[in-house]
Design a protein around this ligand. Structure first.
Ligand SMILES: [Zn+2]
Length: 303
């Protein structure tokens, strides 16, 4: 028995099934198709997610700039949190505001400086905080430098608990060469509530990363693998992991040390339902609220 929390699954690939077109800005749907976004949140909450993640992954002004929507950054992030709050009102569910990379490399390798990224992330977190988010979830960072920038921006803007997820490639390192142990050290030092891995190459490959993290981490570990790498079958994108195989891997991730578990690209409410069904018995008989409060108390004592 342990303190275990269930995250939801993918947002982007779910929006595609509703009609998000290639080249369209997913975050714009927070104001143009609020009904789609709310429906997805509700189906994850009903499937057993304790935490739903907002449709704000690409909501920083740098990333929104590629759609000419930088000026809408605050509005789209604020709306994203409100939709998740409204969709789960009255349920034992927390809202984590998702925060992904800018899509540009930071100096000296790239052309965007640390301060510009930091300010863009701060603006996003201000909107999250104002709209009433419960958690901040940094995700799919393939550079520890950028993860650090997002974490510092969040920490300097809010007292909300922050989860710092990086995305690891085959070989257990990020694209930029960062390893899980350093990711834990940096996240802990900067006051993260939890550290972890998301997306990456698939759930079974993530087990080694989570195990390496758990050996050195004093804070909870979060695992949100994708449903394997997508394959093109007869012109249709298919993710290899079924709800059942995903649930098996989720159990391996929990046994390797994860205490927050969910899914990324290609996962659906059915995957989360299967994970919850299989792993629900490992959790102390407690509500999500009780588990979350307990973890928060430990986190605050550590700060
Ligand atoms: Zn993903």
């Amino acid at each position: 028995m342990r303190d275990l929390l269930f995250l939801d699954g993918a947002m982007g690939t779910m929006l595609q099934t509703f009609g998000l077109q290639p080249g369209e800005c997913p975050e714009l749907l927070n104001v143009s198709r609020a009904d789609w976004v709310k429906k997805i949140h509700r189906s994850y909450a009903k499937a057993g997610a304790d935490i739903v993640e907002t449709n704000t992954f690409g909501g920083n002004r740098i990333k929104l700039g590629s759609y000419g929507l930088s000026k809408m950054a605050y509005e789209l992030n604020y709306a994203g949190v409100r939709l998740a709050k409204e969709a789960t009102e009255g349920m034992d569910v927390f809202v984590a505001a998702s925060m992904g990379p800018t899509g540009r490399l930071m100096e000296p390798l790239g052309d965007v400086d640390f301060h510009t990224c930091y300010e863009a992330f701060k603006e996003q977190v201000r909107a999250f905080q104002d709209a009433g988010a419960d958690i901040i979830s940094i995700e799919t960072m393939s550079s520890l430098d950028e993860a650090k920038c997002a974490l510092m921006a969040a920490r300097d803007t809010t007292n909300l608990p922050i989860i710092c997820h990086l995305s690891f490639d085959r070989g257990g390192r990020t694209v930029m060469g960062d390893d899980p142990v350093t990711a834990v050290a940096v996240s802990q030092t900067l006051g993260a509530f939890a550290v972890g891995a998301n997306c990456s190459v698939g759930p079974s490959e993530m087990v080694g990363v989570i195990h390496a993290m758990s050996k050195v981490s004093d804070i909870p570990i979060s695992a949100e693998p994708n449903a394997g790498l997508p394959e093109l079958v007869d012109g249709v994108i298919v993710y290899p992991e079924t709800p059942e195989t995903m649930a098996e891997h989720a159990e391996e991730l929990v046994r390797a040390g994860a205490s927050i578990v969910g899914g990324c690209c290609g996962t659906t409410p059915e995957h989360i339902r299967a994970i919850r069904r299989r792993l629900g018995k490992l959790r102390e008989p407690a509500t999500a609220n009780e588990v979350f409060q307990r973890l928060c108390i430990k986190w605050k004592l550590r700060l």
